[in-house]
Unconditional design. Structure first.
Length: 315
């Protein structure tokens, strides 16, 4: 009898073990290139929340704006063989070898606001050309197409780089608007200090001559806004325009003390959630044809937010 019970217990434990393996939660690895940037964090956190809500295990990594760290995190993730990898604001050209390795290992990768790669399912993005044009033309409209501007740029991301190029096209067609100076943010790992130092120098050099300021993303605009408020500037003088959207941006647009007048809002949370949905559908063996992908991109809409419609976004 004792031997029979022992065999039964052993069989039961084996069944439990097999059942546990069968029901083991899949893992998704989420890598944000620079999580101190609100937009990177919003994408990563939304993707993580969506995955946890479906019972998945989640690993969130922060590359801290450092490319070698980013590469190492991708390599380590591939070795751990997750069910999928999501990369927020990555660098497909610099990480092409790692994306290719993920594809060869049958690990699906979805990128967000990173640019195209032949080795990922798709990149989730907005039409940066349209978003850049919307922001640039808003600035031109509020300057009556004449005056002096400063610009805060960032060349290290495809989206912000495109926005700057579109601004340059608009400026080339409107010679009565003059760019007095530009600061190009160079260091992703210490970008706040970079923006503050560069724009402080430009504002000091061009004191009393600046009618408008264009920033390539809202995080830069917050720093510029704070500098302008410290100098006693009033809303609209200069006109401050940016791109990204988010609660802090909307608060500033609605605040009469803030210089921020408009942003082109990008749905970062929806992007993160959609990135996980794509990974989950792929893991379940389902087609992605219903997701609205166009070539290597899945596009989402961006919307101009200013004093006319900001109230509906404040909550």
């Amino acid at each position: 009898m004792a031997a029979l019970l022992t065999r039964f217990a052993g069989a039961l434990l084996m069944c439990i073990g097999v059942s546990s393996l069968a029901w083991a939660a899949p893992t998704v690895t989420i890598i944000g290139f620079q999580m101190s940037s609100e937009t990177h964090a919003r994408v990563a956190n939304a993707a993580a929340d969506a995955a946890r809500a479906q019972g998945w295990d989640v690993q969130v990594l922060n590359s801290k704006g450092d490319m070698p760290t980013h590469i190492q995190q991708l390599q380590t993730a591939i070795l751990s063989k997750p069910a999928g990898i999501i990369v927020a604001m990555g660098k497909p050209l610099q990480a092409e070898e790692q994306f290719k390795a993920a594809q060869e290992a049958a690990i699906p990768v979805v990128t967000v606001m990173s640019g195209t790669s032949p080795f990922v399912l798709f990149d989730i993005a907005v039409n940066e050309y349209a978003a850049g044009a919307t922001a640039a033309l808003y600035l031109m409209d509020h300057l009556n197409y004449r005056g002096n501007i400063l610009t805060e740029r960032y060349e290290g991301n495809a989206g912000t780089r495109i926005r700057g190029k579109i601004l340059d096209v608009v400026l080339s067609e409107n010679p009565a608007v003059k760019e007095l100076g530009a600061n190009t943010m160079a260091r992703a790992s210490s970008w706040r200090n970079d923006v503050k130092a560069g724009m402080s120098a430009l504002l000091l050099k061009n004191q009393g001559q600046v009618d408008g300021i264009w920033a390539s993303f809202d995080g830069q605009a917050y720093i510029i806004d704070d500098l302008l408020q410290q100098e006693g500037a009033k809303k609209g003088h200069p006109v401050l325009v940016s791109i990204d959207g988010g609660p802090e941006t909307y608060r500033r647009i609605a605040d009469p003390q803030s210089l921020m007048m408009a942003t082109v809002a990008i749905p970062f949370e929806k992007m993160g959630t959609t990135a996980f949905e794509a990974i989950a559908q792929t893991h379940a063996g389902k087609s992605l044809s219903d997701m609205g992908q166009q070539g290597p991109y899945l596009y989402m809409n961006a919307e101009l937010i200013d004093a006319n419609n900001v109230a509906q976004y404040l909550n």
